[in-house]
Design a protein around this ligand. Structure first.
Ligand SMILES: *Cc1c(COP(=O)(O)O)cnc(C)c1O
Length: 456
């Protein structure tokens, strides 16, 4: 339907010389590529002039929408003033200094220190190298194992893909050795017959304790977790999960790293997901909405204790031999400063809090559908899980591609949402209005009705 057979079409030109990542190639072959030229608020517009409400904020990151004038002005001003620099050899831009101050101020830590990367994957990768560096410097070079969870998403570099708990990484021969995946704390899906949520959480904690005993605490470098799993399907932790695991990690001296690439800066209704779930990590990983998607950038925010230990380890050999050419890029830092201001002080985080009840009501209404097993989420992130049988939670047969068909039926109406496994993910920009939220739910409902009528 979308395909345009002309070899000069944008679709054909895209396919001719672009190698696609994280894209279902048969779907693209059938439906073509949407080539986007610009955006208007939470909408994107393609080369055919079609408008789509992007209920995924791009990839979770374009929280201020696609044409925020203040963000654009901040970027333009910094490009005019100082368009690029690094943070090596004792030099860095004034914007970098100011962003580090700001991140330390808004972090849950006293005296945080910040290290910059170009992406979330690199921030996780850098954090792992920091932990390896730190433990080796402190006389425990054998502390190298990294604990994460099944369904976690931490990125795509060889290390962060090893931390990611998704089966597709097997095609790369990953995970690397020493990356240990614990169970996914999704009570609805993995709770056992007759098991209460509290018992389930206790089972997760017992598994962590047993894993530490089996692997040996003195071989483990750190534990990474997203407060709400994002690309794993929007999975909030079971009740009391972080309260159950944090003391175990602390008792064994294992740093707890909160991967807040999605949950940072307002997505769950607070500045940080760890605030929403009431735990204090040892470090925070930030990216995506750090710059409201206006610049590729990631950050490792070290709490005071880890920052001090890292400082001592680096002083011992006179440097931390790691960094990216564009770490602390002045334009990225200026944009991040503006993004934080826009989200926290210009009403975007407030809008998330204000409209969360409407979001939850919309999700709850759609979850009454006989083929929606559950809705789950927090703040402005949510998922609806399709099931063939609601009582037994039996999924649809994979070949039916139910969630992909729902997403396609949304696209046909001018709504972008993401199929993830058998769920549909919604994570709209923070600027969404009531009317736009209603448009999102109305179109999604039409798509659900259409697809379930076909497959059920
Ligand atoms: C997207 C994401 C990453 C990876 O970030 P990239 O910028 O794509 O490398 C890491 N962690 C989480 C939780 C993410 O959602």
């Amino acid at each position: 339907m979308m395909t345009n057979d002309s070899p000069n079409s944008w679709d054909a030109r895209a396919a001719a010389h672009s190698f696609y990542g994280f894209t279902d190639l048969p779907t693209v072959a059938e439906r073509g590529t949407i080539v986007v030229t610009h955006g208007e608020g939470p909408y994107i517009v393609d080369t055919e002039g079609r408008r789509y409400l992007d209920a995924n904020s791009g990839l979770w990151n374009m929280v201020a929408g696609f044409d925020h004038p203040g963000m654009i002005a901040a970027a333009q001003a910094q490009y005019a003033r100082f368009p690029g620099y690094h943070a090596f050899f004792g030099r860095m831009s004034d914007q970098t200094v100011m962003l580090s101050e700001k991140l330390a101020e808004v972090s849950p830590f006293d005296n945080a220190k910040v290290f910059y990367t170009n992406s979330g994957s690199e921030a996780n990768d850098s954090m792992v190298k920091m932990l390896w560096f730190l433990w080796a410097s402190e006389g425990q070079p054998q502390r190298r194992k990294i604990l994460t969870r099944v369904n976690a998403y931490h990125g795509v570099t060889a290390v962060s893909a090893s931390m990611t708990g998704k089966p597709y990484n097997a095609v790369f021969g990953l995970p690397l050795d020493g990356f240990v995946h614990l169970s996914c704390p999704h009570y609805w899906r993995f709770g056992q017959e007759g098991e209460s949520e509290a018992q389930f959480t206790q089972r997760m904690a017992d598994e962590l304790e047993a894993t530490i005993a089996r692997e040996g605490a003195d071989t483990i470098a750190g534990f990474f977790a997203e407060p709400v799993m994002g690309a794993g399907g929007v999975i909030p932790p079971s009740e009391g999960y972080f309260q159950a695991i944090a003391p175990i990690l602390r008792r064994h001296g294992i740093p707890l790293i909160s991967d807040e690439v999605i949950t940072g800066f307002g997505r769950t209704g607070n500045t940080w997901g760890c605030e929403t779930y009431d735990f204090v990590p040892d470090a925070i990983i930030s990216s995506k909405n750090l710059t409201a998607g206006f610049f590729p950038m990631g950050a490792v925010i070290l709490g005071e204790a880890l920052a001090d230990r890292m400082q001592r380890a680096a002083e011992k050999i006179e440097e931390f031999p790691h960094g990216f050419t564009a770490s602390g890029h002045p334009v990225g830092c200026a944009i991040a400063l503006k993004a934080i201001d826009v989200v926290m002080n210009e009403g975007l985080a407030d809008n998330v809090r204000r409209l969360t009840p409407r979001f939850e009501a919309g999700m709850a209404r759609l979850a009454q559908h006989p083929h929606i097993g559950e809705w789950r989420g927090k703040g402005f992130m949510g998922a609806l899980e399709a099931v063939a049988d609601k009582a037994t939670k039996t999924p649809f047969a994979g070949h039916l591609s139910v969630s992909e068909r729902i997403a396609n039926a949304c696209t046909d109406q001018g709504l972008i949402c993401r199929p993830l496994g058998q769920s549909i993910v919604l994570c709209p920009p923070f600027i969404l209005t009531e009317a736009q939220m209603d448009e999102m739910f109305t179109k999604l409902e039409t798509a659900l009705d259409k697809v379930f009528a076909e497959v059920a």
